[in-house]
Design a binder for this molecule. Structure first.
Ligand code: KG4
Ligand code: ZN
Length: 332
């Protein structure tokens, strides 16, 4: 069994996953509310809370799996990318658990985790597959031929999709993180009420994304409407803004499916928890005779089960080789 730890941003996570990808537990302590009043994640606050929470979350994951450290044979941990102080808490904890027991350690690329979240039991996706990863820090379409790696076919040139949700929510005077709030509010709004720009896929087949123009367009629209009217039409604005993000994402995904001729498709990352994106991707795949894997919402947003998923396909480092291993804010 693998014990996995994830602390790259503001969620303190630990999970116990079997070698066959069975998720025995997936414990998450979200710090979202702590950062809400700052309108975004404050790195120093995130690290300090990881430090306070990590032992309890690991204990929670073990208890939830009905097991103890004695049954764990490998420890996996996110090495990067992410906030360096936050990553260091997870990595140091993982070393502190693995080293006294002389267990191997598996350093994991956080994005690899999002890409392979759908390979977990009970219904694992089989390569080759395409994966749209949309999170707070990253947005890309990847092709997976072997679950040990992924090739990025296109990625955002500016903001990530989750960032577009969070910044849009801020412009609309909603809380943080904005994605789930916009998702909820949009259910009462008309997605066709406002016409926001969609950057369309390059005609030369490029699969890159861009979201910064959309955000600016929302800012101008809210300013033109005036405060009172913008508040009155909040649900319509949220629904229309969300529709533009979802359209941009699904346009690239559709183009990637057509270009690559791959019929297994997955979503990953926090934005994959979005109900409109999940529905639109389903329709898109249906039309193309492709099958879509949408991981449970708690496997889309940051979690340690996906880190264990990636660890199953990543090289392990034997004791004591990992003691000098460093976290990396950027991998590459
Ligand atoms: O993958 P994730 O938990 O962390 C990163 O690796 O960044 O993604 C967090 C992002 C945030 O921007 C959040 O607003 C967005 O995912 N998000 C959503 C939803 N749930 C989370 N965006 C849209 N709709 C949602 N339901
Ligand atoms: Zn993430």
């Amino acid at each position: 069994m693998i014990l996995a730890i994830e602390t790259s941003c503001d969620d303190t996570c630990a999970a116990v996953v079997g070698d066959g990808g069975e998720v025995h537990s997936n414990a998450i302590a979200s710090q979202g509310l702590l950062h809400e009043r700052y309108g975004g994640v404050v790195p120093e606050i995130a690290s300090r809370h990881h430090l306070e929470l990590i032992d309890a979350i690991v204990a929670d994951a073990l208890e939830g799996a009905g097991t103890t450290l004695d049954a764990i044979d490998r420890v996996a941990v996110t090495r990067g990318p992410g906030l360096i102080g936050a990553l260091l808490v997870g990595l140091s904890s993982a070393k502190a658990i693995a080293a006294p027991r002389q267990l191997p350690l598996i350093p994991v690329d956080h994005l690899h985790g999002h890409v392979v979240a759908s390979t977990l039991a009970p219904d694992p996706i089989e390569p080759p597959y395409l994966c749209l990863v949309a999170s707070g820090g990253h947005t890309f379409v990847a092709r997976v031929d072997e679950p040990s790696s992924y090739a990025i076919l296109g990625q955002t040139l500016d903001d990530a999709a989750g960032e577009a949700f969070d910044k849009g929510a801020r412009i609309l005077g909603l809380g943080y993180p904005g994605g789930p709030i916009v998702d909820r509010l949009a259910r009462d709004g008309d997605p066709a009420a406002f016409d926001f720009p969609r950057s369309s896929p390059d005609t030369d087949g490029g699969l890159d994304f861009s979201f910064s123009g959309l955000k600016t367009s929302l800012l101008y629209r809210v300013r033109d409407l005036g405060e009172a009217e913008a508040r009155r039409r909040q649900a319509d604005l949220a629904a229309s803004y969300q529709a533009a993000i979802v359209d941009s994402l699904t346009a690239r995904l559709g183009q990637a499916i057509d270009r690559e001729g791959v019929r297994n498709v997955a979503l990953g990352g926090g934005v994959a928890a979005n109900s409109a994106l999940r529905a639109a991707a389903e329709t898109l795949c249906d039309r193309r005779g492709a099958r879509l894997w949408t991981p449970a919402r708690e496997l889309c947003t940051d979690n340690a089960a996906m880190i264990a998923a990636a660890a199953r396909f990543s090289p392990q480092v034997a004791y004591p080789g990992y003691l000098a291993l460093d976290a990396a804010a950027r991998l590459g």
